[in-house]
Write a protein that binds this ligand. Structure first.
Ligand code: ZN
Ligand code: ZN
Length: 439
């Protein structure tokens, strides 16, 4: 009999770590960092996790034998499957024994390797020596007695997948994170149609958006960004996720429609230079005429940064200061020291284009961000669309797929989800953390 145990990713958004066991085969679906469980005990940088034992003791990492590189036991896990590159789904692969292969899409592997190269080494975020095995839609991946069908979905990071998983006692589907209001909705449509052909016995379904769902689309975001950029007379600054290529395109379009260039960070440029080899992504060219690469002022540049320093379209704060009405500057809160030299002119604006006040990847100190903008007299706009499906569309999708059982996950409101999704043909179960369920 196959079973599933949900360690984290239950009653909270992210941290997904789902163990499937089937006749001696053991795989994890996602192995994310749980911001919720972690921040219950830690408050970086003054109280940061220092040892894996601490994370295990506090339940931030699940106690599963044969999983971690810091324990001496024999490896018992046959593979870890990642749905996408957001850290709440992938971040804790850092702790895995290195003979456990990590299966993911090509884009996810490229993003994770790139982020790891650009990051200061830390035991919580060390992806060195991980064996990535990549798949794409249409593949069938066999791991022991389990067969995995990855199917692309649209989400706020490039290269996201959902899964149809065949075990010896039934089929399990997993949405990962998905939406139907992005720029590639046909991918989510493919996922839904494939599952509807052969309804799964159990479906793990994300329920992120249950309170305050805002109806919008990426196309609407692009048009709002265009309108703001058109009216701005000074510098336009913008904070958006580096791995959200659709949002990047929306900003490039807003800039070029209005006679400006988008100045991207070096991190963004480096990531794009890695992703450009993926023919399915068709990422913007960092040498394109609408793009500048913004170099922060510092004494020493890391190895990956040095590969960009000689590009003809490199710029810095003194150049941006001199052409404020010709630039949209991608700048997160962590770049705000540069504002001292740029000194935004009157009529400048800041566009927060991530979730408010924090996104899945980093917690922004919102009060400090506001203090900086207040100091320079820069008003703040919020233009964003969620990476996650809206409630009515979720219900419609599940009605079409009609799985035997639905487990709402990746939600802070599991009871709301359970009641909202009742009345369909499926039985809706509110799963408990760390409890083993038969498939
Ligand atoms: Zn997530
Ligand atoms: Zn995500």
């Amino acid at each position: 009999m196959a079973s599933i145990t949900l360690y984290d990713g239950v009653d909270q958004i992210g941290g997904n770590k789902f163990l499937i066991q089937d006749h001696g085969t053991k795989i994890f679906l996602d192995f994310g960092m749980s911001f919720g469980s972690r921040s219950k005990f830690y408050d970086p940088p003054f109280l940061s996790p220092r040892s894996c034992n601490g994370l295990l003791e506090l339940g931030v990492l699940p106690k599963v034998n044969g999983t971690y590189r810091f324990d001496d036991s024999e490896t018992e896990i046959d593979g870890v499957i990642l749905s996408h590159a957001h850290l709440d789904h992938s971040g804790y692969i850092s702790f895995l024994k290195r003979d456990i292969p990590v299966y993911c899409g090509e884009t996810t592997a490229t993003i994770l390797k790139g982020l790891s190269e650009m990051r200061a080494p830390s035991f919580e975020q060390d992806f060195s020596d991980i064996e990535f095995r990549t798949f794409r839609t249409g593949d069938k991946v066999r791991i022991g007695s389990i067969e995995l069908e990855p199917i692309h979905v649209d989400h706020s990071v490039a290269g996201a997948y959902g899964f149809n998983i065949h075990t010896s006692s039934g089929t399990l589907a997993y949405t990962g994170d998905l939406r139907v209001h992005g720029t590639k909705n046909s991918m989510t449509e493919d996922f839904r149609n494939r599952l509807a052909e052969d309804p799964p016995d159990l479906m793990l379904c994300e329920g992120t958006n249950t309170t305050g769902a805002t109806v919008s689309t990426e196309a609407e975001v692009a048009s709002k960004l265009d309108a703001i950029t058109r009216s701005a007379r000074g510098l336009v600054m913008a904070d958006f996720s580096r791995t959200d290529i659709d949002r990047l395109r929306s900003f490039i379009q807003a800039a070029s429609n209005n006679g400006r260039k988008l100045a991207i960070s070096m991190r963004q440029a480096y990531l794009l230079s890695l992703l450009k080899n993926d023919p399915h992504l068709d990422v913007p060219d960092i040498g394109g005429e609408d793009i500048l690469i913004f170099r922060k002022n510092k004494k020493r540049y890391m190895k990956w940064e040095q590969t960009l320093l000689d590009l003809p379209n490199i710029t810095d704060s003194s150049l941006v200061a001199a052409m404020q009405n010709k630039v949209v500057l991608a700048a997160s809160f962590y770049d705000f020291e540069e504002l001292i030299e740029i000194d935004p002119v009157a009529g400048s604006v800041f566009v927060l284009s991530t979730s408010e006040p924090f996104n899945e990847e980093m917690q922004i100190d919102f009060d400090r961000l506001t203090a900086w903008l207040d100091h320079y007299g820069v008003p703040q706009y919020h233009v964003h669309v969620s990476g996650h499906i809206m409630p009515l569309q979720l219900r419609e999708m599940l009605e079409q797929i009609s799985p035997k059982k639905i487990y709402p996950i990746h939600t802070e409101n599991p009871d709301l989800c359970r009641r909202f999704l009742s009345g369909l043909k499926s039985k809706v179960v509110r799963p408990e953390k760390a409890k083993e369920y038969n498939i």
